[in-house]
Every structure is written in structure tokens, then in C-alpha cells.
Design a protein around this ligand. Structure first.
Ligand code: GDP
Ligand code: GDP
Length: 437
């Protein structure tokens, strides 16, 4: 189920990212050692007293319009928070006192009926905290904290959790395949979703998420259950504003995190753009199985080599995702659209595959005989044994004599050998190298 979203807003330098890091703590990446695009941590999951939520640092969301004044930017971030979040943490700087930008943000936040918690940061002395100016913002009692020193953060989290929306139960089975449909605006996401949902024999039900606007849609197809993650975000034909654009990026990231399979939708006419790369990169970094869907294929003038040319361009532009199958479809004519589901099944199965330890070690053995491990300064890398540590994506731990000898090229080699032996179509795989004590 969608986790509730908590947004931190405030003008620059009040301590938003310090508070963000304080609350979320350092987390281990889901996928270790998969090289690829670095993921901006705009948002991260956290929990307090058993309640989970997603924290968003709106300060990390930079303006698309460079010419914006600071005030315009912070106002936009406040609007974004109102639209996106279930609870808003409004951060002000108690050392500097009240600032006109604080007032501009407060003007916007006073208009929402969502809970707003006014947090006065940089209070290190609680005897007589300088927070009284902030009552003028009309958002209730300022809660003094020090993000940098971790003071009063427990009280803040208590207040936050009290304001989270009530939990709702899961209403689909554990085996349901969760699909995130992502891509730039106008590539045809909603058209594709409507193809899936508009078909006879597809039984559709909408599940309101815990997050106010997130709607997951369950459908059944050929006897299997699927969940389209956050179809509300996709289907809403909203006000085309910059806020909406950024909003859809955050939504896409959250949808990716909750999914089993990501459909990376591209526009055949426009080819692979920078934003497509970024979105695909998030799916890769999150360790999700993926299918690359080239939509609007009906608009492309084709000769015998067209598909090959597209294939080459995609492999070049999205080289980090070379494992993902591609499919060329038209949501308009419905050409091949239902083949997407076949691919979804295939990659979901691969991502959940478990390889018996003996088979795995046999393949590693053969691979090391075929191409012996590298040596450095007279020491040769030795791989003692391997074991599968997890699925979705498949992750393997290799116990070796000296992890420093395990170079990138050898990692690539072993990954390729594993793929040759086991396929793993559509899913990233992870190799974790450990020293055998
Ligand atoms: P942001 O721009 O709102 O994300 O602010 P940052 O988190 O980058 O913090 C801005 C500055 O304020 C940094 O130099 C922080 O070290 C400092 N800062 C953040 N929280 C505190 C605090 O609780 N006390 C003090 N004294 N400084 C803080
Ligand atoms: P979204 O913003 O990604 O959800 O994109 P939409 O589904 O709203 O589609 C954007 C525009 O592209 C609409 O005008 C659609 O009618 C059109 N469109 C979507 N899929 C196709 C397709 O396969 N072929 C053609 N020719 N147009 C399409």
C-alpha cells in the first residue's frame, strides 16, 4: 500500500536537508554494486513507532525555470507539498527569526486543510527558545528542534505520526504483479493503461491508497492478478503547470519503488530523451525488473530496417539497462499492447528466480576456469563459493580471498556468465563481494 507522504518545506538554509537526513538516517541501498545512474535522494522512506512514511525534501526539487526568484521557488515548493503530501513539516530558522519568505510560504500553507507542523529549527537552548515571532505565521505553536544536534526530534516525530492518515488494508493478493507505468508526459501512459483496463474480461477495481490521491488499480488477465500502481497519477489530465510536471516525477519515483515491474514508456517519434534516461535510471537503481515500451509505433514510417535502428539507438542510450526487453506498440491501434503483459510475466518471473547453490557454484567454477580471475602484485583473486542472497532483483554473494582484487571488468564478466547461464531477462542482478574470514 502506498505510504503516506510527508513533505519538508522551508526557504533555503533553514535546515531541511539536515532534518531530512536526521529523520531518514543512513540507509543501505537496495541494490549494492550495480553501476548506473546516481539517484537523487529527493525522497526516502522512514518510520517511527511502527508507522512508515515517505519523506520528501522539497528543497531538493530545483526549479525548472532558472529565472525564478527565490520567493517564487519556495512558493512553488509549498504548492507542490500541498498537492503531494499528507503531512507538511514547515521549517523555519529560529536563529535568524521571521523572514518574508517564511511569510510567503505560510500564506500558501494556511490555505490547505492538510496538517501543517510548524518547526523552529536551530534551537540548541530550550530554556528560552527564540520562537515567539513565528506565532505570527498563524500556523499554531512552533515546535523547537535542532536538526543538527538531534534535539526534540522524537517529539516532532510523535506529532508527525499522530497526523498521518489512518491505515487501510491491502486488497490484493501477495502474488499480484505490481506494475509501474512511467515515462515523460504525453508518451502515452494513460492511453496504454486504458488499453489494459478497457478490455473485456478484465475486471477492474480501484483501491484508494493511504495517500489521498494515489489510486492503485487491480485487474485480472488470463487468470493472473495485476496491480497498476498509482493510476490516478497517470490518468489525471491535470492542470499543465510546472508544479504538475515535478509532481509527476515524484509520483513516478514512488510508483517505481512500490512496483515489481516497471514499464518504461518511450515515444517512438521523439526517441530516447534525457528525461527518459533519468526515469529508466531510477528503475535500474531501484533494482526493478523493466520492459522498455516504445509507443506510437503507428506514427513511424517504416522500412525493413526501422526496428533494428530503434533497437540499436535504445541499446546505446539506455546501455545500463541492456537486460530489459523492448516492445514496439501502439496504444492507438492496440498493436502488440497485450504482448506487454506477456513480457511483464516473463521479467517478473526472472526477477523472482532462485538458483540452487550447487548450480550457481558450478557456473562460477566453469567461468573461472574459462577466464581465470585477475591477479595484482602477485596475489590472485580466489572465489571460494557463491550463494544467492535474495530475489527481486536476484542478488548473489561471492566469498573471496581479497575483495580489492575483484575488479570491475571481472564483475562484468561474471555477470555476463550468470546471464548466459540463467537468463535473468528484464531484471538487474547484483553481485556482492565479501571477504571470507
Ligand atoms: P536547507 O537548505 O534548508 O536544506 O538547509 P541545510 O540542511 O543545508 O542547512 C543549512 C545550514 O544550517 C547548514 O550549515 C547546517 O549545518 C545548518 N543547520 C541545520 N540544522 C541546524 C541546527 O539544528 N542547528 C544549527 N546550529 N545549525 C543547523
Ligand atoms: P501520457 O501523458 O503519457 O499519459 O500520454 P497520453 O496517454 O495522454 O497520450 C498523449 C497523446 O498521445 C494523446 O493525444 C494520445 O491520444 C496520443 N497517443 C497515445 N498513444 C498513442 C499511439 O500509440 N499512437 C498515436 N498516434 N498517438 C498516441
Amino acid at each position: 500500500m502506498a505510504k503516506p507522504v510527508v513533505a519538508i518545506v522551508g526557504r533555503p538554509n533553514v535546515g531541511k536537508s539536515t532534518l531530512f537526513n536526521r529523520i531518514t538516517g543512513a540507509r543501505v541501498a537496495i541494490v549494492e554494486n550495480i553501476p548506473g545512474v546516481t539517484r537523487d535522494r529527493l525522497y526516502r522512506d522512514a518510520d517511527w513507532r511502527g508507522r512508515e512514511f515517505t519523506l520528501v525534501d522539497t528543497g531538493g526539487i530545483t526549479s525548472l525555470n532558472e529565472e525564478d526568484t527565490m520567493t517564487a521557488q519556495v512558493k512553488r515548493q509549498a504548492e507542490l507539498a500541498i498537492e503531494e503530501a499528507d503531512v507538511i513539516l514547515f521549517l523555519v530558522d529560529a536563529r535568524e527569526g521571521l523572514n518574508p519568505d517564511d511569510e510567503a510560504i505560510a500564506d500558501i500553507l494556511r490555505r490547505t486543510d492538510k496538517p501543517v507542523i510548524l518547526v523552529a529549527n536551530k534551537v540548541e537552548n530550550f530554556e528560552n527558545p527564540p520562537i515567539y515571532d513565528f506565532y505570527a505565521l498563524g500556523l499554531g505553536d512552533p515546535l523547537p528542534v535542532s536538526a543538527a544536534h538531534g534535539l526534540n526530534i522524537g517529539d516532532l516525530l510523535d506529532r508527525l505520526v499522530e497526523n498521518l492518515p489512518a491505515l487501510e488494508p491491502e486488497v490484493y493478493g501477495e502474488d499480484a504483479v505490481k506494475i509501474a507505468v512511467v515515462g515523460r508526459p504525453n508518451v502515452g501512459k494513460s492511453s496504454l493503461v486504458n488499453c489494459f483496463l478497457g478490455r473485456e474480461r478484465v475486471i477492474v477495481s480501484e483501491i484508494p491508497g493511504t495517500t489521498r490521491d494515489a489510486v492503485d488499480t487491480v485487474f485480472h488477465f488470463n487468470g493472473r492478478e495485476y496491480v497498476l500502481i498509482d493510476t490516478a497519477g497517470i490518468r489525471r489530465k491535470a492542470r499543465i503547470s510546472e508544479a504538475t510536471e515535478r509532481y509527476s516525477v515524484i509520483r513516478s519515483l514512488r510508483a517505481i519503488d512500490r512496483s515489481d515491474v516497471v514499464l518504461v514508456v518511450l515515444d517512438a517519434v521523439e526517441g530516447v530523451t534525457e528525461q527518459d534516461k533519468r526515469i529508466a535510471g531510477y528503475a535500474h537503481e531501484a533494482g526493478k525488473a523493466a520492459v522498455i515500451v516504445v509507443n506510437k509505433w503507428d506514427l513511424v514510417e517504416k522500412d525493413g530496417k526501422t526496428m533494428n535502428r530503434y533497437e540499436e539507438a535504445i541499446r546505446r542510450e539506455l546501455s545500463f539497462m541492456d537486460y530489459a526487453p523492448t516492445i514496439y506498440v501502439s496504444a492507438l491501434t492496440k498493436q502488440r499492447v497485450f504482448k506487454i503483459i506477456e513480457l511483464v510475466n516473463r521479467v517478473a518471473e526472472q526477477a523472482a528466480r532462485r538458483i540452487p547453490t550447487s548450480t550457481l557454484n558450478q557456473i562460477i567454477d566453469e567461468a573461472t576456469h574459462l577466464n581465470p580471475p585477475p591477479s595484482d602484485k602477485g596475489r590472485r583473486l580466489k572465489i571460494f563459493y557463491a550463494t544467492q542472497a535474495g530475489i527481486k532483483p536476484p542478488r548473489f554473494i561471492l566469498f573471496v580471498n581479497d575483495p580489492d582484487l575483484f575488479h570491475f571488468s571481472y564483475r562484468r564478466y561474471l555477470e555476463n556468465q550468470l546471464r548466459e547461464a540463467f537468463g535473468f531477462e528484464g531484471t538487474p542482478i547484483g553481485l556482492v563481494i565479501r571477504k571470507k574470514e
